[in-house]
Write a protein that binds this ligand. Structure first.
Ligand SMILES: Nc1nc2c(ncn2[C@@H]2O[C@H](COP(=O)(O)OP(=O)(O)OP(=O)(O)O)[C@@H](O)[C@H]2O)c(=O)[nH]1
Ligand SMILES: [Mg+2]
Length: 336
C-alpha cells in the first residue's frame, strides 16, 4: 500500500473513533483491519519479542496436554492479563478443547485471540467529538505519556479539520509547559498557558473559556503526573474536574487515564483509584511498542469495564492508534 493510501486509511479510522464521519463499507473495514494489524505489528518494533516467549512456545506445540493449560495460565498472568481474566480465559479455551475445537497450538493461539477480542470490544471504541467544544481531560501517573498523547490527539483532530485548544494544566514544572507548546505548534493547536506554579484549575477554566470564545471544536487538557495514592493531588484533580464543569456544564466529556503498558499490575491500581477519584471514561495504553506484557489492557477491561480508546506505539506524532481489539489480541497473542 502506498504511503498516501495508508495515511488516508489511518485517518478514516480516526474519523470513526471521533464520530466525525460515517463508517466506511464493511469490505473496506475488513481490508483496513488487516492493514492495521500489519502496522501494529510493524510498530510493535520486534514482533517476536513482543509476544511473550513463553506464549510463543505454547503456540508452537503440536499437542495440547494438561501442561499446556498450566503453562498458558502462567504465561497470561506473566503478560499482565490479571489472575481472574487469565483463569477465565483458560477455562473457556479448555471447554473448546473438550469439544474438539482446539487440537494444536496454532488453533489455541487463534482461539485465544478471538476470545480476548470478543471480551474487550464487541464494538469499536468511540471518543465522540459532539459538543461545542468537546472537552477531553487527560490524567495519569508521572511519565506515563500524557503530554505526548495530548499532542498526538491534537494532530489527528487537526488533520480532520477540527479546531483544537490545548490547556497546559500541568503547571508543576516550567519544562512541562514548554514541552506542550512544542506539541501544540506541531499540530497547529492553540495553547492556553499560565506561569509555572499557577493553579491548574484556573488554567483548565481558561482553556475551556477560550475554546468557547474561539469556537473551538475540542479542548484537550493536560495535567501533571501524580501517583494514584497521593490524596492531596487526587483531590486537586477532582477540583480541576469540577472547575471544568463550571466553565462548561457537562464537561469534561471524556476523561482519559494514560497508562504505561510497561508498569505491570500497578496499572490496575492506577485505573481503580483514578476512576474512584474522577470517574474515568476510558484508558489510553502507551508504550505497547516496548513490552511483552501488553496484557494489562485485558486486566483493566475485565476488572473495571473501562474501554481502551487509543494505544501508543511509539514516540512519533503518528504513533497513536484507535484501539482495535482484534488487531491488538492478534498482535499480542499470536505469532501469525
Ligand atoms: N516508546 C514509546 N514511548 C512513548 C510513548 N508515549 C510516550 N512515550 C515517551 O514517554 C516519555 C514520557 O512521555 P510524556 O508524554 O512526557 O509523559 P507525561 O505523562 O506527560 O509525563 P509527566 O508530565 O512528567 O507526568 C517520553 O519520552 C515519550 O516520548 C509510546 O507510545 N511509546
Ligand atoms: Mg506531561
Amino acid at each position: 500500500m502506498t504511503g498516501d493510501a495508508e495515511g488516508r486509511e489511518q485517518l478514516e479510522r480516526w474519523a470513526e473513533l471521533f464520530a466525525l464521519a460515517p463508517p466506511p463499507a464493511p469490505e473496506v473495514a475488513e481490508k483496513r483491519r488487516r492493514g492495521l494489524l500489519g502496522r501494529l505489528r510493524e510498530n510493535l518494533s520486534k514482533p517476536r519479542q513482543t509476544i511473550s516467549p513463553q506464549i510463543a512456545g505454547i503456540f508452537a506445540g503440536t499437542l495440547i496436554t494438561s501442561d499446556t493449560w498450566d503453562e498458558l495460565e502462567e504465561a497470561l498472568i506473566t503478560a499482565d492479563c490479571g489472575m481472574d481474566a487469565s483463569l477465565a480465559l483458560v477455562e473457556r479455551l479448555r471447554a473448546q478443547e473438550a469439544e474438539g475445537r482446539i487440537t494444536n497450538g496454532q488453533e489455541l493461539a487463534r482461539a485465544l485471540a478471538t476470545e480476548v477480542a470478543r471480551d474487550m470490544a464487541p464494538e469499536p471504541p468511540k471518543l465522540e467529538i459532539a459538543h461545542d467544544p468537546t472537552v477531553i481531560l487527560v490524567v495519569g501517573v508521572n511519565g506515563s505519556g500524557k503530554t505526548t498523547t495530548v499532542g498526538k490527539l491534537a494532530h489527528r483532530l487537526a488533520q480532520l479539520d477540527q479546531k483544537v485548544v490545548i490547556g497546559a494544566a500541568d503547571t508543576f514544572r516550567a519544562a512541562a509547559i514548554d514541552q506542550l507548546a512544542v506539541w501544540a505548534e506541531r499540530s497547529g493547536a492553540s495553547l492556553v498557558r499560565q506561569a509555572p506554579g499557577a493553579d491548574p484549575g484556573a488554567v483548565a477554566y481558561d482553556a475551556v473559556a477560550s475554546g468557547k470564545a474561539r469556537g473551538a471544536d475540542v479542548v484537550i487538557i493536560d495535567t501533571a503526573g501524580r501517583l494514584q495514592t497521593q490524596r492531596n493531588l487526587m483531590d486537586e484533580l477532582r477540583k480541576v474536574r469540577g472547575v471544568i464543569d463550571k466553565a462548561l456544564p457537562g464537561a469534561p466529556h471524556h476523561t482519559l487515564l494514560v497508562l504505561d503498558a510497561t508498569t505491570g499490575q500497578n496499572g490496575l491500581s492506577q485505573a481503580q483509584l483514578f476512576d474512584e477519584a474522577i470517574d474515568l471514561s476510558g484508558v489510553v495504553i502507551t508504550k505497547l511498542d516496548g513490552t511483552s506484557r501488553g496484557g494489562i489492557a485485558v486486566a483493566i477491561h475485565q476488572t473495571l469495564k473501562l474501554p481502551v480508546a487509543v494505544v501508543g506505539v511509539g514516540e512519533k506524532l503518528e504513533d497513536l492508534q484507535p484501539f482495535d481489539a482484534r488487531a491488538y489480541a492478534g498482535a499480542i497473542f499470536t505469532a501469525e
